[in-house]
Design a protein around this ligand. Structure first.
Ligand SMILES: C[S@@+](CC[C@H](N)C(=O)[O-])C[C@H]1O[C@@H](n2cnc3c(N)ncnc32)[C@H](O)[C@@H]1O
Length: 422
């Protein structure tokens, strides 16, 4: 299997590079037994070092263990961040100056693909600069048919001021499935307003009782086109005639005779679930779930929530570390939404550009709040922090020291939280 991965990487490198394939091999002689992880004890496992090496090791020990891989790679902005963010090549060829970044990401993404279960999901934060190049690379690695979608995430209210003509206030979350077996869990529907209440609980009316689409004509199921009677003041509905109530037939807005969703016997039994608008349109009541987080709906593709703004993440870090010691953290609530809506309660989540360990913090909070049992694998580099950076003066000498410090903070908050570092 390892040789298949080696040749896949080499083939893709030839496609994406003017210089052909570079050397990518697994070290078959390496003893990886020291890397076995006791998940019963640890909630988080951190691999310190170049993520290419760590990903290779993980593929050799446990391919196909990851349910969700969320990463927030360096966006290649050229900015002077605490970590290196400048991988540019000469502006030639199809990929222009983006080739170096793509070649850096390529083997890491192939290995991430190998680590995912058949039902696994990959979600990547990225901005406009590398987005189109990354999309093409991911289409080649995951297959175009496994592209699930692209979410626009607002990261500030007023936008960044660094561009001349536009104040960019968004970035993206690109989502792929490992195969057609992947299904996203969906976002929690609890926030959506249940604005009505009856003796059965809180509900909202958002689903028509008249059948739509295929097989919806009266002629398709004549026995399901019976009249209903509605009290237009109270919204009550009856299958039997009631004095003074309006008679309603399943006609659509164009006057076409259609049918109801249920037969007469079921409707009689569940008539308490029906609701009539003042205009005599019949809806099925949608009751709020009993357990928090149980009700789900399809994930929407625009996320504009102030708790996802970058300034929120900066405040969170300042609270934890006392100062802004990391340049580009993600907000906890944002990562919680990704994890909660794209993986189930027992998922193994991988973040191989861990930075300040927001992903671990998000999973810790979700586990606490929802009683879930997710596990988290982090990877972060041993790169030196420049001696003139604030973080260095606060005692952080290598990038991974920041990651460990956040994990230690969680441990100090809660002694039941455990992590291990390789
Ligand atoms: C954009 S930051 C991630 C921020 C993170 N999402 C957070 O909330 O703090 C990218 C991180 O990837 C790390 N990184 C870059 N290249 C790496 C490599 N080859 N191996 C491991 N980590 C790397 C950087 O040190 C940096 O911390």
């Amino acid at each position: 299997m390892l040789s298949v991965i080696e040749s896949k990487i080499s083939k893709l490198q030839q496609e994406f590079s003017n210089n052909g394939a570079s050397d990518f091999t697994f070290d078959h002689s390496e003893n990886n037994s020291a890397f076995s992880v006791d998940w019963n004890v640890n909630e988080v496992v951190l691999f310190a070092g170049d993520n290419l090496t760590s990903l290779k090791k993980l593929v050799m020990i446990e391919p196909g263990i990851v349910d969700l891989c969320y990463i927030d790679p360096p966006y290649n902005t050229g900015s002077n961040f605490i970590y290196s963010d400048n991988r540019k090549s000469p502006e030639i060829g199809l990929l222009g100056s983006h080739q170096a970044w793509i070649i850096f990401m390529l083997p890491r993404l192939v290995l991430a693909h190998e680590l995912l279960k058949e039902t696994g999901v990959l979600a990547i934060s990225i901005d406009d600069y590398e987005f189109p190049y990354l999309k093409v690379l991911l289409d080649r690695i995951f297959g175009e048919k496994n592209f699930i979608g692209n979410i626009v995430v607002c990261r500030s209210k007023n936008g960044k001021g660094s561009k001349k003509n536009l104040a960019s206030s968004h970035e993206y979350l690109l989502v792929y499935g490992k195969s057609n077996k992947t299904t996203l869990r969906g976002e929690s529907d609890e926030d959506t307003l249940y604005d009505k209440e009856d003796v059965y609980g809180k509900y909202r009316v958002d689903g028509l009782f008249r059948k739509k689409g295929e097989g919806s004509l009266k002629t398709d199921r004549p026995s399901m086109a019976f009249p209903l009677y509605a009290n237009l003041d109270t919204g009550e509905v009856s299958v039997d005639y009631r004095d003074g109530w309006a008679k309603i037939l399943p006609k659509d807005s164009k006057g076409v005779d259609r049918r109801w969703l249920w037969g007469e016997a079921t409707t009689r039994e569940r008539v308490w679930q029906l609701y009539s608008s003042k205009n005599g349109v019949i809806y099925v009541k949608n009751y709020a779930g009993k357990e928090i987080g149980q009700k789900r709906r399809k994930i929407r593709t625009i996320w504009d929530d102030p708790s996802f703004y970058t300034e929120r993440a900066t405040n969170e870090l300042t609270k934890i570390f006392g100062q802004k010691i990391f340049d580009t953290p993600k907000p906890i609530e944002f990562v919680k939404k990704i994890v909660d809506s794209m993986s189930d309660d027992k998922a193994v989540v991988l973040d191989f550009f861990a930075g300040s360990a927001t992903t671990a913090h998000a999973i810790y909070e979700l586990n606490k709040q929802n009683g879930s049992h997710r596990k988290c694998i982090l990877m972060e580099s041993l790169d030196d922090i420049s001696s003139n950076h604030l973080a260095y003066s606060m005692g952080y000498k290598q990038m991974v020291d920041i990651t460990i410090s956040r994990l230690q903070y969680l441990k100090n908050e809660d002694r039941n939280f455990n992590f291990t570092v390789f």
